[in-house]
Structures are given as structure tokens and as C-alpha cells.
Design a protein around this ligand. Structure first.
Ligand code: NAD
Ligand code: ZN
Ligand code: ZN
Length: 374
């Protein structure tokens, strides 16, 4: 990871593109999967970054909704808005923006597996389909809230939404990173009666307790997290379990060796396994943690025999933006509170190091390019 001053400026490649001067970009847990070499076809020289805001500095001839000078937030999904999947508001599964793939659509700065788009951890970035995804940032909105609307808020919200939470439900969230914390916060909006977060980092558990008013437990101090969750739910299991960890989960030597060290599976599925095993019969497992394109070891027999529903996806950011803007305006969600580190873009390598190693009580780092610091 390095800041490369020789990279050429992006250019308009299609009349529907805009060029954006970046004002803020975040580093995400998803970027760590790239950084740790778990995403196939991550090429040297590509610019990472799928969470960014900026000012439009150039607009293609076909762009209608944006003009030069607009301040926009850009959903992490690259979506055409026209294909059958976009028409169903499955903006994370666009059929056009990543046409070589059969699963995920295009994602900014997320390897050639996700379309090979350069991302926004940069001074300038090309945004295709500019009339589809980007939203002009309302005047009243804090710029730090805007940048978290590009991924963290919609992903956390969709994690809760996919859980089909009913009033009074007990919801367990695995992972107290920005996504898990936001999922816990949003679980209450759907009427949860009890929200439990599981992680291994005390500072994050403490943050989750304060920010999301939830219970939070360290799986390192539990002999068996699944048994603990069974016990605390009267041996029924949770109504809803959310996997907000994904392919770099800790907690099982077997999963770690096969998934993270030898890459015999698409990352370790420890959190997903715990989610499946600690949800009640007939319950719902909602997965937003990212896994690779091949296979994972999950207890499929338990899924079948418990009659579970599994729901999963990349967040459909554009679909959720209108209601999330309202939640922020009404003060029900305060996204910017998650930002713990503001790092000059030139120091991007240090920011990755801090976030990856979970140093300095880091929850969410944002990168500020020089022109936005003036
Ligand atoms: N589906 C989407 O649209 C989408 C969007 C953004 C992020 N993600 C994914 O969500 C996941 C979380 O992202 P993040 O930014 O919060 O990452 P993060 O790395 O900051 O947080 C992950 C957390 O999981 C914890 N953890 C590790 N093993 C665990 C286990 N077995 N049980 C419980 N917790 C465990 C870690 O200690 C860490 O705090 C990542 O996989 C990321 O790729 C998905
Ligand atoms: Zn992200
Ligand atoms: Zn599409």
C-alpha cells in the first residue's frame, strides 16, 4: 500500500461518467481482505477505496443529474440502473458493471473480481453511471456522515433488515467493527428487544455498548460462544444472528488454517458457523461479512435440520439512501461518531497498518486528500 504520485489523472471514458475530486474516503474492513491478499485478481497499481465523497469537476456529455461543482456521495456499488437486477433494486448485483462475473456487480477499488474499477482512496476518481448511484449531499448534512452513507450505514442497516427482525426479537451480531456496530444500532430501529454483540477486542465491545446500547461479550473469555448464547436465550437460541465478520474471522484454529493460511477455503467461516449454530430453530441468519468466490466450510446440516433462513448480499446502497438520510436528519443514527482517525491521504500506508492491526483503539479511519485540507 503506498501513495503513488505518478498515477495519471482519471479521464471520462463514457459520456455517462463524471470525474470527482475526492474530499473524503474511508478504509473499510473489506479493504483489509484486499490488503491481506484474500481477494483474487487484486492487481498491483490499482487504487483501492469504495467509500468516498467528492466534488464533480468534469461531467460526461450524457450526464443529466449532476453538474460541475456538485458535492456528492458515491455508493460503493457500481450499478448501471438499467439491467434486470438494478431494476429489482439489487444494485450490488448489477449485470452490466461487472459483466465477466456471475455473482457480485462492480465495486469501486475492489480488484478485477469486482470489475477492475479504480477507487476513491485518491485525489481524483472516475465515477461511471453518474446519473444512477451518486447523491448530492444535502446542505445540512455533516460531510463525515455523508461518507459513511456510501457503505457503513446502509450495510449495517441492511444486515438488520435482512434479519427480518420482529418486535422483541433477540438479535446477536458477530463482529464489533463499524459494520457490526451499525447493525446493532439499526437492530433497535426494527424493534429488537435485546441486542448482543460478540467480538474479541475489548475497546470495540466497549464502543458498541455505548454507541448501540447493547450487551457485548468477548468470545475470548467465553469457553464456548455458542453454548453461552444458547444459555442466555433459555436454550432456544437467538431469533436472528448477523455475521458482520466475514472471511477473516478468528476463533477456530481449523477455520483459520484452512481459510486464512492455506486458502483451501474462501476465508475462515468461524463467525458464520457460530451464527448458524446459535440461532434458534426456524431463525434467520443475515450475512454481510464478505466471503470469497469459492467455497466455505459451514454446518449445512444444521441449516437444513433447524429450518433456517439465510439471507445475504452486498448492501444495495442506492435503495436504502432515502430512508437513511431521514434517519440521520431525525438524529436516530449518528454515523460520524464511528470515525476515530483522520489521516492525510499521503499517509495511507500507515492508516492501513493501524486499522489492520486494530491499533490505537481504531474503529473507522478516514483519509483526507491534500486539496480537501486546504
Ligand atoms: N456486504 C456488504 O455490503 C459489506 C459492506 C462493508 C463491509 N462488509 C464486510 O463486513 C465485514 C466487517 O467489516 P468491518 O469494516 O466492520 O471490519 P473490521 O475488520 O473493522 O471488523 C471485523 C471485526 O470482527 C471481529 N471478529 C473476528 N473474528 C470474530 C468472530 N469469530 N466472532 C466475532 N467477531 C469476530 C474482529 O475482531 C473485528 O473487530 C467484513 O467482512 C467486510 O468485508 C460487507
Ligand atoms: Zn466498505
Ligand atoms: Zn445494472
Amino acid at each position: 500500500m503506498r501513495a503513488d504520485r505518478n498515477k495519471p489523472y482519471p479521464e471520462i471514458l463514457h459520456p455517462g461518467d463524471v470525474i470527482v475530486r475526492v474530499t473524503r474516503s474511508c478504509i473499510c474492513g473489506s479493504d483489509l481482505h484486499l490488503y491481506h491478499g484474500l481477494v483474487p485478481d487484486t492487481r498491483v497499481g490499482m487504487t483501492f477505496g469504495h467509500e468516498f465523497t467528492g466534488e464533480v469537476v468534469e461531467a460526461g456529455s450524457a450526464v443529466q443529474k449532476l453538474k460541475v461543482g456538485d458535492n456528492i456521495l458515491v455508493p460503493f456499488n457500481v450499478a448501471c440502473g438499467m439491467c434486470p437486477f438494478c431494476k429489482q433494486e439489487l444494485y450490488g448485483n448489477c449485470h452490466e458493471s461487472n459483466s465477466q462475473a456471475t455473482a457480485v456487480g462492480g465495486i469501486f477499488g475492489y480488484s478485477h473480481t469486482a470489475g477492475g474499477y479504480d477507487g476513491g482512496q485518491a485525489e481524483y476518481v472516475r465515477v461511471p453511471y453518474a446519473d444512477v448511484g451518486p447523491l448530492i449531499i444535502p446542505d445540512w448534512m455533516h460531510p463525515d456522515d455523508a461518507v459513511l452513507l456510501t457503505d457503513v450505514v446502509p450495510t449495517g442497516y441492511q444486515a438488520a433488515e435482512m434479519g427480518g427482525i420482529k418486535p422483541g426479537d433477540t438479535v446477536v451480531v458477530f463482529g464489533a467493527g463499524p459494520i457490526g456496530i451499525m447493525a446493532a444500532k439499526c437492530a433497535w430501529l426494527f424493534g429488537a428487544g435485546r441486542v448482543i454483540v460478540i467480538d474479541q477486542l475489548e475497546y470495540r465491545l466497549e464502543f458498541a455498548r455505548n454507541y448501540a446500547q447493547c450487551e457485548a461479550y468477548n468470545f475470548r473469555s467465553l469457553e464456548d460462544p455458542v453454548l453461552f448464547l444458547k444459555k442466555t436465550t433459555g436454550y432456544f437460541g437467538a431469533d436472528v444472528c448477523i455475521d458482520a465478520v466475514g472471511c477473516e474471522a478468528a476463533g477456530s484454529a481449523l477455520q483459520t488454517i484452512t481459510g486464512r493460511k492455506t486458502l483451501m477455503q474462501a476465508g475462515s467461516a468461524t463467525a458464520l458457523q457460530w451464527a448458524i449454530n446459535s440461532v434458534k430453530k426456524g431463525g434467520i441468519v443475515s450475512i454481510v461479512g464478505v466471503y470469497g468466490p469459492t467455497i466455505n466450510m459451514v454446518p449445512m446440516g444444521n441449516v437444513v435440520n433447524k429450518g433456517l433462513t439465510i439471507r445475504a448480499n452486498q448492501a444495495s446502497v442506492k435503495r436504502l439512501l432515502p430512508r437513511l438520510v431521514e434517519h440521520i436528519r431525525e438524529g436516530r443514527i449518528d454515523p460520524k461518531a464511528l470515525i476515530t482517525h483522520r489521516v492525510p491521504l499521503e499517509e495511507v500506508a500507515d492508516a492501513y497498518h493501524i486499522f489492520s492491526r486494530k491499533l490505537d483503539n481504531c474503529i473507522k479511519p478516514i483519509l483526507i486528500p491534500p486539496s480537501a485540507r486546504a
